[in-house]
Design a binder for this molecule. Structure first.
Ligand code: ME8
Length: 521
């Protein structure tokens, strides 16, 4: 236990200024799959997610809802936390930027950047978008038909002038480029890396990092008229989670983080601003930032005005938690945009989960219940076909590690389901039901090989479908402490004669409800 290597993974922290949507769900599920994989592979994992609760946007939303920012975020942060729990996400901490330890951490980071000469007081004027919590250059703006100026994101901007503290970002251009060069894995996937390198090469301007026009934020040390720019506050959550600035904190060993999982729209904040802040404060940089793609609904961006925002709670109720986890992780190549549609989900569930995995487990385990006294069958001499399928199953950990080395969650799942497909073909071609009369010993071998392959699949699939995989491993009587990636293969083989519980289905087929009868004309 003591010598397990630490692994620290985070998601972005969400703005709780509305209900969580499937974009948020997608990110936390993907990060959870990586966290679970790392635990499965023996790492000492700290997985953190949370909410980004300060800033003008939250203050305005709370006012509109006729409540205080504090009461508003208390309620909404609860919804985000519930969503993670509902989706079986195994986070170790849910951080809120209103947590007291976070205040101490972000103020200390500020002090260190200031002590290093990187923070100065100046005057700011510019086009500000409240929705994006960001300033935009004149040249980036467009104009709406009614004359309103719009940010590249489509949100309206307003002209703002205020005294502001600045961070000397311009001084970090060369150091950042050198870091990208020396650490090719710092920004992933490659397309994101190329965009960021090009952006930094164009030159960096100093960054306005405080506001005086509202007060819902972390006060600037020694100048309480200012609150910190929400992005300094937000990014520092990753450090706060490790107990910063206390070097003796229990979780101090987790810094630097191994991986920040974020959406592609906020790559710049995580790979330009964040490392520059850390360099300024003399702290080590995270090892990698992965900018995943966006989830679209039937090819369209989700938006409240289009009315196509998908509620993750509904989705889980309709299809099941493991089912939607599997769908998102298998269907969307991690890093690219993906599309959600009810038909897409139903097809995946029925083809991969109910038919390929569920039926194979059900058929083999029912045969064992009926013909082998409900015990792990006896293994006879192995045929070429037996050996081949066992080798494919035994190779799963190696393949999974290779895929997950570049966070290709979809590839890991494709590899697992390729073995499931082969196992189905093996089962069909060996016809154990026919062997029952002609060669019962051979039937036992075929059934043994089939469930041994299912053991490997069950172990390897845990990061994506934790509940169903656990159920499958329970049906195979695999002890709780033999479910690690290292238990796949020779060392962990099922022991013939072990009593198995009564078989039960693991994945029901999804049948769409009948549309309501048309009302009488
Ligand atoms: O950006 N598909 O918060 P946020 C996939 N508070 N991912 C999506 C998505 C979609 N349709 N929509 C949003 C923020 N996301 C800041 C982060 S981190 C220090 C501060 C992703 O609630 C988005 O890319 O707008 C981001 O990674 C996360 O959800 C939270 O977005």
């Amino acid at each position: 236990m003591a010598d397990k290597k630490p692994y620290y993974i985070t998601t972005a922290i969400s703005y709780p200024n509305g209900e969580p949507h499937i974009g948020h769900a997608y990110e936390v599920v993907a990060a959870d799959a990586i966290a679970r994989f790392m635990r499965l592979d023996g790492r000492d994992v700290f997985f953190m997610t949370g909410t980004d609760e300060h800033g003008l946007k939250i203050q305005q939303t709370a006012t509109k809802a006729q409540t205080t920012p504090r009461a508003y975020v208390d309620r909404m942060a609860g919804r985000f936390r519930e969503m993670g729990e509902r989706l079986s996400c195994s986070f170790d901490r849910f951080i809120r930027t209103t947590d007291t330890d976070h205040y101490a951490s972000v103020q200390e980071l500020w002090r260190r950047m200031k002590a290093n000469g990187d923070i100065y007081l100046g005057e700011y004027s510019g086009w500000y978008s409240v929705r994006d919590e960001a300033y935009f250059d004149e040249g980036e703006l467009t104009q709406a038909p009614d004359g309103t100026r719009l940010a590249p994101t489509g949100s309206p901007v307003q002209w703002i002038e205020e005294k502001s503290y600045f961070f000397r970002l311009s001084a970090y251009q060369e150091r950042l480029l050198a870091h990208y060069e020396a650490n090719p894995d710092f920004i992933a996937p490659t397309a994101r890396r190329n965009e960021i390198v090009a952006f930094v090469k164009r030159g960096l301007e100093d960054l306005s990092i405080s506001r005086t026009t509202f007060d819902w934020g972390v006060p600037v040390p020694d100048d309480p008229d200012h609150v910190m720019y929400v992005w300094i506050d937000a990014l520092t959550n990753y450090l706060s989670g490790t107990g910063f600035p206390d070097p003796e904190a229990d979780r101090a060993k987790y810094w630097p983080a191994d991986l920040h999982v974020i959406g592609k729209d906020i790559t710049r904040f995580h790979t330009v601003y964040w490392p520059a802040f850390l360099m300024s404060a003399g702290l080590p940089l995270p090892k990698s930032v992965f900018g995943h793609g966006f989830l679209l609904v039937k090819g369209e961006k989700m938006s409240k005005s289009v009315g196509n925002v998908v509620d993750p709670f509904n989705l889980a109720d309709t299809y099941g938690v493991d089912q939607i986890r599997y769908f998102f992780l298998r269907e969307v190549p991690f890093g690219q945009d993906g599309s959600y549609s009810p038909e897409g989900i139903a097809n995946r569930i029925n083809a991969d989960l109910a038919n390929d995995l569920g039926n194979l487990a059900q058929r083999s385990l029912s045969m064992i219940a009926k013909n082998c006294e409900g015990k792990v069958p006896t293994l006879g001499a192995l045929s070429e076909a037996d050996r081949e399928i066992l080798e494919a199953a035994d190779a799963l950990p190696q393949k999974a590690r290779a895929a997950m080395g570049s966070y290709a969650i979809h590839t890991m799942l494709a590899d697992i389901w390729a073995v499931v497909g082969d196992a189905n073909r093996y089962f069909a071609s060996q016809e154990p039901w026919a062997l029952r009369k002609t060669d019962p010993a051979r039937m036992e071998t075929v059934l043994y090989v089939t469930i041994e392959v299912l053991r490997a699949v069950g172990i390897a699939a845990q990061p994506a479908i934790p509940s169903a995989a656990a159920k499958l491993l329970d049906l195979l009587a695999v002890p709780d402490d033999e479910r690690m990636l290292a238990d796949v293969g020779e060392g962990g083989r099922l022991a013939p004669g072990t009593a198995l519980p009564a078989p039960a289905p693991i994945f029901p087929r999804y049948v769409a409800p009948e549309p309501d009868a048309a009302p009488d004309a």
